[in-house]
Ligand binder design. Structure first.
Ligand code: PS7
Ligand code: MN
Ligand code: MN
Ligand code: MN
Ligand code: MN
Ligand code: MN
Length: 354
């Protein structure tokens, strides 16, 4: 049962939900199940950031044009009727009809007595500037992300800020424990875990687009040249590199569980828990899997369905999912992997903790 009520929705809002379905592989269903208070603000937050990401991802927009577009996007969302017809990305249609999002944003700015609009605008400004820094950086050194710190800063811009914004929306709606407001590190961990999983899984797709987010500090321990990761001759090194990236992502798991303990509303719990459990299952699917270096690896429909059911109950059932997939990673761990011991210790820690 959707919490939406298409009969009373304005045509522009209905169009926004159509765009949500069109542009979101993983978030559309969980967003549409959100409670009445947060449904529209979070839908609009998603569409604004999806628009921004479509600009970031479009490698056909020259940097001289892309960088100011990213930096100004929080102002652009206030221009009545604004549209963009020059994107070659798969989600380009959203930008072509972006005026409908702007119309609905204006309505929540006026209607809501809560600061939803200003949270969306502030997070958009920060994310756009962060994306622009990395886009420019790439031009200067043309060599991708260097250190783990740099990698985590990028994940902060494109996901940590989403986590901060979402937590502020939940708090403004009084649907999360106010203590979460005093623990920005927990929101950040939730976001780092999702973004790192996305980066690990998308290695091939991103590289085919001419981008790389794995930090040199990690991949250079396994191969001399980035391209070698995709050479079948170096398959074992590639798999070991992915292992080290997975190990790095697993350090956020404990904090994610703490965060979820602070959510009051069931629909917000489902919305925050499902992406996390899908992420741990994705990490298991990519772990020691050479296919990641060739194509996009996905979890099976059956697994996704089971995870969905377990993630819409309570924290105990969510912990069961985490424990199950961490056990599988632990079992798949290979003594020939240079990080064998560290991975084993990290898995054991999570298995005990949760
Ligand atoms: C507002 C729900 C809940 C504390 C578009 C949700 C792309 C992984 O680019 O689409 O296709 O590979 O697979 C989402 C923390 C952000 C982080 C970030 C906004 C959770 C623009 C998700 C979604 C914080 C930058 C989408 C970070 O993956 O990526 C809303 C708490 C957008 C969240 C991007 C990535 C999200 C991402 P792609 P995907
Ligand atoms: Mn992007
Ligand atoms: Mn993207
Ligand atoms: Mn057009
Ligand atoms: Mn990606
Ligand atoms: Mn994707």
């Amino acid at each position: 049962v959707h919490k939406r009520d298409p009969d009373t929705e304005s045509p522009t809002l209905r169009e926004c939900f159509r765009f949500l379905d069109l542009t979101s592989r993983s978030f559309s269903a969980v967003i549409q199940e959100l409670n009445h208070e947060l449904l529209v603000p979070i839908t609009l937050f998603y569409l604004v950031l999806r628009g921004l990401d479509t600009i970031e991802d479009d490698m056909t927009i020259p940097l001289e044009k892309k960088v100011p577009m990213l930096r100004n996007f929080h102002e652009t969302i206030e221009i009545d009727g604004w549209q963009f017809h020059e994107s070659n990305e798969k989600d380009g249609e959203l930008l072509e009809k972006f005026d409908v999002v702007i119309t609905e944003l204006k309505l929540i700015k006026q209607k809501a007595d809560r600061p939803y609009y200003s949270i969306i605008k502030e997070m958009t400004a920060k994310m756009g500037n962060g994306m622009a820094d990395y886009a420019e950086n790439d031009k200067l050194i043309k060599d991708g992300v260097q250190t783990i710190d740099e990698y985590e800063l990028y994940c902060h811009y494109v996901a940590g800020l989403v986590g901060e914004g979402l937590t502020r929306l939940f708090l403004a709606a009084e649907q999360a424990n106010p203590k979460l407001g005093e623990r920005p590190d927990l929101s950040e961990a939730m976001a780092q875990f999702l973004q790192k999983t996305n980066v690990i899984r998308d290695i091939r797709e991103d590289w085919d687009d001419g981008r790389r987010w794995y930090p040199r500090e990690i991949w250079s321990k396994h191969v001399d040249n980035w391209e070698d990761l995709f050479d079948p001759k170096f398959e074992e090194q590639g798999v070991n590199c992915i292992s080290e990236m997975v190990l790095d992502a697993l350090k956020h798991v404990d904090s994610c569980i703490f965060y979820l303990a602070g959510i009051k509303d069931q629909s917000v719990f489902n919305f925050t828990a499902i992406p996390q459990t899908m992420a741990i299952a994705t990490l298991e699917a990519v772990f020691r899997n050479p296919d990641v270096l060739k194509k996009n690896v996905k979890i099976t429909k059956g697994d996704a369905c089971q995870i969905m059911m377990e993630s819409t109950q309570n924290l105990f059932t969510v912990c069961d999912v985490f424990r199950r997939y961490v056990r599988r990673i632990h079992k798949k761990n290979d003594p020939r992997d240079p990080n064998y011991l560290k991975i084993s210790v990290q898995c054991a820690k999570v298995e005990r903790f949760i």
